[in-house]
Design a protein around this ligand. Structure first.
Ligand SMILES: NC(=O)c1ccc[n+]([C@@H]2O[C@H](COP(=O)([O-])OP(=O)(O)OC[C@H]3O[C@@H](n4cnc5c(N)ncnc54)[C@H](OP(=O)(O)O)[C@@H]3O)[C@@H](O)[C@H]2O)c1
Length: 395
């Protein structure tokens, strides 16, 4: 029997890499459900290649176009539209595995729906976990879901922790520190005064990874590392004092775990998301990911350094949010999403991203959400605050 897979966000960078791995292992996996926001052209291509049973496009006009095109191609595939239909996708009968690869807060509800199905959830959508923290991890336990981290750093840490399942007692037994590595992005060494005028194109040109626009900008501000720090605390049920951020520009070591006996275990590989995707798809087995092994004879220096908080104020803001707890990580995440979108639309400068987040955090009421509805409320109010800060600045 092949494993039935749903990919939430199949047209994105993680989504397309997942389909590449599945195609190489088609005897093991069958693609049942695919979702996207509005990219009907790519979704049509994916329908032709994988013949899923259900596809969802959030955008209604794009959905109508896809329906017509599928009929013309004589493909009998159900098409649903609207964001509610994402939950239907994650809840599709008979699914074994759901890949959570939607970008941003939009991924929270469908990912939680998948968790509540009790199936295997491959988590790329870090924003869902950052927003809802313990509510999310408690749901994983309550519904008996298997949560596996796709984010390369968390996947590396997971592999260095004896590969034991998340949520298990003594997961961090003997661990001195988790060493969360990050490349430092495209602006690690440019003069500080030039940061103000960098363009979205420069911010999205990551030196090592090929990713969606939002996470590329997050890597340039290092907010991505901040969100990953929060994600790691929830995934590995630990606190900020147990995790050090290490800048490693070559992106060969994807993270490390340092043990009390002096051993440090590192997971290494090429910067290609197909490796962690294949690892989580097949866990605890191993499958071909189409990724060449490292060639140690050709490898140049591997370097490591401490993060520069003056250059990357977003990193400090994420740490502050983690220390404050409650809805603070959700507020930072929401303000960051709004600010990054404004930067990509050229409404604010690169250096204003951290300013918007800082002001939003200062102006937001921080409380302890007990339900997902309260998480969504915190998200919505923070977005409104961030947007009004941007509007004041722009107009
Ligand atoms: N890319 C990486 O290497 C990488 C690494 C680690 C973690 N991640 C995480 O993985 C997630 C996806 O990243 P990505 O780089 O793959 O992003 P991406 O390339 O921008 O793709 C995002 C996907 O989500 C869909 N989408 C966007 N907005 C949506 C909405 N409002 N409702 C429903 N679907 C929506 C997009 O559909 P359309 O194409 O129709 O817009 C697309 O399928 C993020 O949380 C990111 O932090 C990514």
């Amino acid at each position: 029997m092949r494993e039935s897979v749903c990919i939430l966000g199949s047209t994105g960078s993680i989504g397309t890499s997942t389909l590449d791995v599945i195609e190489r292992n088609s005897q093991k996996y069958s693609v049942e459900v695919l979702t996207a926001h509005s990219n009907h052209e790519l979704l049509l291509e994916q329908c032709k290649r994988f013949n899923p049973k259900l596809v969802v496009l959030v955008d209604e006009t794009a959905g109508k176009t896809l329906k017509t095109q599928l009929t013309e191609c004589e493909l009998d595939i159900e098409v649903e539209t609207g964001s509610e239909a994402l939950n239907e996708a994650a809840n599709y009968p008979g699914l074994n595995t759901v890949v959570a690869a939607i970008v941003g807060a939009a991924g929270l509800l469908p990912t939680l729906t998948a968790v509540k199905q009790g199936c295997k959830v491959l988590l790329a959508n870090k924003e869902a976990l950052v927003m809802s923290g313990n509510i999310f991890t408690e749901a994983v336990k309550q519904y008996g879901a298997t949560l596996l981290p796709v984010d390369s750093e968390h996947n590396a840490i997971f592999q260095c922790l004896h590969g034991a399942g998340l949520g298990q007692e003594n997961l961090l037994q003997g661990v001195h520190k988790i060493l969360l590595t990050g490349s430092g992005g495209p602006f690690r060494t440019i003069p500080l005064q030039d940061l103000q005028t960098v363009t979205p194109e420069q911010a999205c040109a990551h030196p090592n990874w090929d990713m969606g626009k939002k996470i590329s900008v997050d890597s340039a501000t290092m907010m991505n590392k901040g969100l990953e720090l929060i994600e790691a605390c929830f995934l590995f049920e630990t606190d900020i004092n147990k995790i050090d951020i290490v800048v490693h520009p070559q992106s060969i070591v994807h993270s490390m775990v340092s043990y009390h006996d002096g051993s440090v275990l590192a997971q290494m590989g090429r910067p290609d998301m197909r490796t962690p995707i294949a690892h989580t798809l097949a866990w605890p087995e191993r499958i071909d990911a189409g990724v060449e092994p490292l060639d140690f004879y050709q490898m140049s220096n591997l370097t490591f350094e401490a993060p520069d908080y003056e250059r990357f104020p977003c990193l400090k803001l994420a740490q502050q949010a983690l220390n404050r707890g409650g809805s603070a990580p959700c507020v930072v995440n929401a303000a960051n999403e709004v600010a990054v979108e404004a930067f990509l639309k050229r409404e604010i400068q690169f250096t204003q991203i951290s300013e918007v987040i800082e002001l939003t955090l200062k102006s937001s009421e921080i409380f302890s959400p007990q339900t997902i509805e309260q998480v969504l409320q915190a998200d919505q109010s923070a977005r409104a605050v961030a947007q009004s800060i941007i509007n004041k600045d722009v107009h």
